[in-house]
Design a protein around this ligand. Sequence first.
Ligand code: ATP
Ligand code: MG
Length: 140
Amino acid sequence: MAIERTLSIIKPDATRRNLTGKINAKFEAAGLRIVAQKRIHLTIAQAEAFYGVHKARPFFAGLVAFMTSGPVVAQVLEGEAAVTKNRDIMGATDPKKAAPGTIRAEFAEDIEANSVHGSDATDTAAQEISFFFSGIEIVG
Ligand code: ATP
Ligand code: MG
């Protein structure tokens, strides 16, 4: 397996409930290293651009409103097979379907306010990392 990097976002429902540390502890316990991290409040234009792939979906407007409703913590996670490992730690999009012990099973409020984002492939990970971070901000 290869060492990969993936883009993670701790979403506004989780920052509001002060869950950043608990979520980061799960990444670190699973062997992922947080090699970049910043807390930001996305603008509507930034959230629309980041989730542009979902523009035609009925939940798009709600998703953008939610993602701009409070601060998020954007981060780069690094480790063996980091993209799929992070998706496993996150659990299914709908917390009702997420496996026990996953972040979404433990912390998500519902299918929209589901506490974390994680890139879904290595190519989208590279695009999403460069959306938030410059090379100098990532320290492995
Ligand atoms: P993410 O991209 O945030 O890591 P994901 O890959 O599990 O999540 P996607 O299908 O990419 O899920 O959806 C992006 C986000 O849009 C979800 O995480 C969730 O916040 C929201 N979302 C997805 N489906 C719905 C839905 N049916 N109703 C409301 N919000 C939804
Ligand atoms: Mg997705």
